[in-house]
Design a protein around this ligand. Structure first.
Ligand SMILES: Cc1cc2nc3c(=O)[nH]c(=O)nc-3n(C[C@H](O)[C@H](O)[C@H](O)COP(=O)(O)OP(=O)(O)OC[C@H]3O[C@@H](n4cnc5c(N)ncnc54)[C@H](O)[C@@H]3O)c2cc1C
Length: 347
């Protein structure tokens, strides 16, 4: 049995930010991550303005080894390919993350500030008087006064404590990593289509992520899904030319991408942060920065219940702002008002 003040379950951006802040003010923290996400990244990028926030929490080193993003090209609202150049914003460049490296660097920061970082999967959680006991897959047990759920969209700890997720939509991403043609279309590209929208982002390792976002009920049945994904990619006007040869034996992986909120986000000596508390449609590119922001705030708020209530209401404000932005962007696409995906998103 290992004792700490706080056990943070999940070592993604939210969990590492929370563990780093808590350790920085002298709490004994154990950060536990199951390493399950290794190899299943979605090609996340940080929008302009995010870099300052990320470095204020994790320091400058966390930005090494990623790829600068100078803009985004999109065919949205019409088939013409427009471009948004980040040079024209005062907020600076964006960043395309090597997520495995970013998460490793963020956990290293938490370790540097004093957190104990361990590999393992939390399988059960029990309240035991004034403390929590987490049992890992291999039988190890962690006891703590506070518990933080940073397990991502599954919110697997909070859901065991009775919290429930409200979903605003059923968005799902079908993601495949391919070689990059490089010469054809550089940088990130977004293209809307009748059944949803595509994005493609070059990864720092030279490959490229290609993803179709559509609603769960609009996905083809399992057997045809991969073939349907390929023919839909071929039918895009611009995006198909970004990818190199896609081998016929690789299949796109499925990831939940809905906008959803946990109720409640905090309770007696526990709280949820990052995607576990509230997750966004990837169109916003706000997931990582919000996870770091909310994780770091929770690290400063624990163990003060009033400060955690303030954080919960701020997360609800973020959710409303996000919903307004999302309606704005989806409202710009008017070509397919009768297609179910777009019909559901018209105001
Ligand atoms: C298709 C897609 C595209 C996206 N694009 C972008 C983008 O361009 N920009 C952006 O900013 N965001 C993007 N996002 C969102 C971004 O990926 C998330 O918002 C971000 O990863 C949330 O961080 P987190 O720390 O809350 O959770 P996660 O990154 O999910 O981390 C949770 C961690 O907890 C671990 N874990 C889970 N359960 C347990 C357990 N029981 N025990 C131990 N460990 C556990 C997991 O393995 C994982 O390491 C995208 C998301 C999707 C689905």
């Amino acid at each position: 049995m290992t004792d700490s003040d706080v056990v943070v379950v999940g070592g993604g951006p939210a969990g590492s930010a929370c563990a780093a802040e808590l350790s920085g003010v002298g709490h004994a923290v154990t950060l536990v991550d199951d390493g399950r996400r290794l190899g299943s990244w979605a090609g996340e990028s940080l929008p302009p303005g995010a870099i300052d926030l990320i470095t204020s929490v994790f320091g400058e080193d966390v930005l090494e080894g990623h790829r600068r993003a100078y803009g985004v090209r999109s065919a949205w609202g019409s088939s013409d390919l427009g471009s948004t150049d980040f040079m024209s914003t005062p907020l600076g460049d964006g960043l395309i993350l090597d997520r495995a490296r970013f998460d490793e660097q963020a956990r290293a920061q938490a370790r540097c500030r004093g957190a104990s970082v361990i590999a393992g999967r939390v399988q059960s959680v029990e309240a035991d008087g004034d403390s929590w006991t987490c049992t890992l897959h291999d039988g190890r047990r962690l006891r703590s006064a506070w518990l933080v759920d940073a397990t991502g969209r599954s919110a697997s700890v909070a859901s065991r404590l009775g919290a429930r997720r409200a979903r605003a939509d059923r968005l799902m991403a079908q993601v495949l990593t391919a070689s990059d043609r490089g010469d054809a279309i550089a940088g990130t590209i977004i293209e809307s289509v009748p059944e949803g929208w595509w994005y493609s982002t070059p990864l720092p390792d030279g490959r490229r992520v290609i993803a179709l976002l559509t609603d769960t009920d609009l996905l083809s049945a399992d057997a045809d899904r991969s073939a349907r994904w390929r023919s839909a990619l071929e039918a895009t006007v611009h995006l198909h030319s970004a990818a190199g040869e896609i081998s016929s034996d690789v299949e796109p992986s499925l990831h939940r991408a809905d906008t959803s909120v946990l109720h409640p986000m905090a309770g007696e000596r526990w709280c949820a942060i990052g995607d576990a508390a509230a997750a966004w449609d990837p169109l916003s590119s706000q997931g990582v920065v919000s996870a770091v922001l909310v994780g770091a705030r929770a690290g400063r708020a624990i163990p003060d219940p009033a400060a955690l209530r303030g954080l919960e209401s701020d997360v609800h404000l973020l959710v409303s702002e996000h919903a307004a932005l999302q309606s704005h962007f989806y409202g710009l696409e008017r070509r397919w008002p009768d297609e179910p995906f777009w019909h559901r998103r018209q105001i």
